[in-house]
Write a protein that binds this ligand. Structure first.
Ligand SMILES: Cc1cc2nc3c(=O)[nH]c(=O)nc-3n(C[C@H](O)[C@H](O)[C@H](O)COP(=O)(O)OP(=O)(O)OC[C@H]3O[C@@H](n4cnc5c(N)ncnc54)[C@H](O)[C@@H]3O)c2cc1C
Ligand code: SF4
Length: 491
């Protein structure tokens, strides 16, 4: 049987044809040398790879090398590999000529099904909502015959509530993994490489928070279904300073490592609804993320041209300032931004809304280069991979694609953050003020962003109302001067 090369994000049983198939795994140190990743991410990926190799035992040849090429040169037998998850890795395996490249695994929608859906659109936009409905019908997930369960496709109106008045959501904390000898060995190696000056990391080290094995992934997932899924929906867009995890699943890391399959995840979530364990709005909201957004992003990464990653429709050219790039949360006064940066520094993770409406929103308001922002997200987040970062950052968060992913920029002032979080009362700034010492950098930044892009956004019908607001602002010149003075300094 052909030896299967498993990349570090192909670690679940579904990447093998048979449980006893021979395996090759390559730990290429050059990946860490070239880019400054979050230490928690390096720890997680190496731990997950070494755990998988230990489980496979003699079945697995595990090569530690500087590069993939160097490792492959030492392998004499034929290899097969499942379609890798980045364009660079695909080029690498195809370029060698002697490796059989199989279709991708680990996703619920195949390339053929996605292409068929694209063709069915004709000239209409590729809308996530329509793709998601098509996927639910095709996979018969959360369906009652031809109709969506409960009679509605979308329960967003029941979800997306502001945070509760309490400091936490009141759901149990996630079930954290327990580190073992393999984690200790990885940590020892990371310390050594850092000491030798071979690699440098971002962020702080801490206990591993994300699943590195199939067993840990299933345990964390079952815990989520039992204790947290019921509360997922209503506050999925809210932020609480003392409760970073809220009712989020923390499944992006094990899903992206290939340790869980999305179909098993959504099937179990649907079972929880059918057995009365979780309400439909929460279950639908969660399933939409997994077989809607996640799959849509995966297929767009391959469907859109290679040049998509460097698109910069808003002509944003400013570099990322050091305090942001290096996660210096302590030098930031703005409570929401400091909290999001601290979350990334300490865990390599914050949930969707701090990513989109705090970190991404701030970067877009300040006109930071979207390719640099994408690279930063990729390196700083434990679940960051090229396929998922490029559409999410270039498209959804920075609107650098001119509206392919999202019909309007996710730009918002302090009023949005005030409504959806508990950050503002503890902040030296006031979300209602746009000029003066108390002026909220998000509120002022929002108007400066709209002014800077007023001509580029003028043809977007969804922006006509916000843009018309610009002309009603009497102190716009003062806002622009203040924000120009703020420049790249930490707010
Ligand atoms: C700027 C930006 C960058 C992001 N970068 C990543 C990334 O590198 N890796 C990543 O997996 N997700 C990314 N996301 C999507 C989303 O924020 C994370 O998947 C989610 O916050 C992970 O936490 P969770 O597992 O608790 O998710 P939950 O809130 O519990 O959601 C369930 C699952 O849905 C999936 N999901 C939801 N939205 C998306 C999406 N837009 N794209 C892909 N999957 C999605 C994830 O697998 C997630 O585990 C990004 C979003 C933004 C706005
Ligand atoms: S006032 Fe502005 S900067 Fe401060 S927490 Fe609120 S939105 Fe963030």
């Amino acid at each position: 049987m052909t030896r299967r090369w498993l990349f570090g994000d192909q670690l679940g049983p579904h990447f093998l044809d048979r449980a006893d198939q021979p395996v090759l795994m390559v730990e290429a140190r050059g990946v860490l040398v070239r880019r400054r990743f979050h230490r928690a991410k390096a720890q997680l990926v190496l731990s997950a790879m070494r755990h998988r190799a230990a489980k496979l035992g003699d079945q697995c040849v595990y090569v530690r090398a500087d590069s993939y090429g160097e490792a492959l040169d030492g392998i004499a037998e034929p290899l097969s590999v499942c379609h890798p998850t980045s364009r660079a890795a695909l080029r690498l395996v195809q370029g060698r000529g002697d490796i059989e490249v199989l279709p991708a695994r680990g996703f619920a929608t195949s390339t053929d099904d996605f292409d068929r859906w694209v063709r069915s659109r004709g000239r209409r936009r590729l809308l996530m909502e329509d793709f998601y409905r098509d996927t639910r019908r095709r996979l018969e997930i959360l369906m009652d015959g031809e109709a969506p369960a409960g009679g509605r496709w979308n329960y967003d109106a029941d979800n997306r509530e502001p945070p509760p008045r309490s400091a936490s959501l009141g759901v149990p904390e996630p079930a954290w993994p327990t580190e073992d000898d393999i984690d200790a060995e990885v940590r020892h190696d990371l310390d050594r490489w850092e000491r030798d000056g071979q690699v440098a990391f971002l962020g702080s080290d801490g206990p591993r928070r994300f699943a590195a094995t199939r067993g840990e992934s299933l345990a964390g997932f079952n815990d989520f279904i039992s204790h947290r899924l019921p509360g997922f929906g209503p506050h999925e867009d809210a932020m609480l300073s003392a409760d970073p995890w809220m009712a989020h699943s923390l499944l992006s890391a094990p899903l992206n490592l290939g340790l869980l399959h999305p179909i098993e995840v959504v099937t179990r979530a649907e079972d929880a609804y059918r057995s009365g364990q979780a309400p439909l709005a929460s279950v639908e909201g969660f399933i939409r993320q997994v077989i809607g957004w996640r799959e849509f992003v995966w297929h767009l990464y391959w469907h859109l041209p290679k040049s998509y990653r460097t698109r910069n429709e808003l002509q944003a050219r400013n570099p990322l300032p050091g305090w942001f790039a290096d996660l210096e949360a302590e030098s930031v006064q703005a409570a929401c931004l400091a909290d999001a940066l601290a979350g990334v520094r300490d865990h390599g993770w914050v949930h969707h809304i701090p990513r989109l409406m705090v970190l991404g929103n701030y970067a877009m308001q300040r006109g930071w280069n979207p390719a640099e922002v994408t690279d930063w997200f990729h390196r700083a987040f434990v679940d960051g991979y090229d396929w998922v970062m490029v559409p999410n950052v270039v498209g959804m968060s920075q609107h650098a694609d001119g509206g392919v992913m999202a019909t309007k920029p996710y730009a918002a002032g302090g009023a949005y953050i005030n409504r959806m979080s508990d950050h503002c009362p503890a902040c030296p700034y006031d979300p209602r003020q746009r000029v003066g010492r108390d002026a909220c950098p998000f509120t002022a930044g929002y108007w400066a962003f709209l002014h800077r892009n007023r001509e580029r956004l003028a043809t977007n019908p969804r922006m006509s109302q916000p843009l018309s607001g610009l002309s009603r602002i009497g102190d716009l010149d003062a806002v622009l001067e203040q924000e120009a003075d703020r420049g790249s300094s930490a707010p």
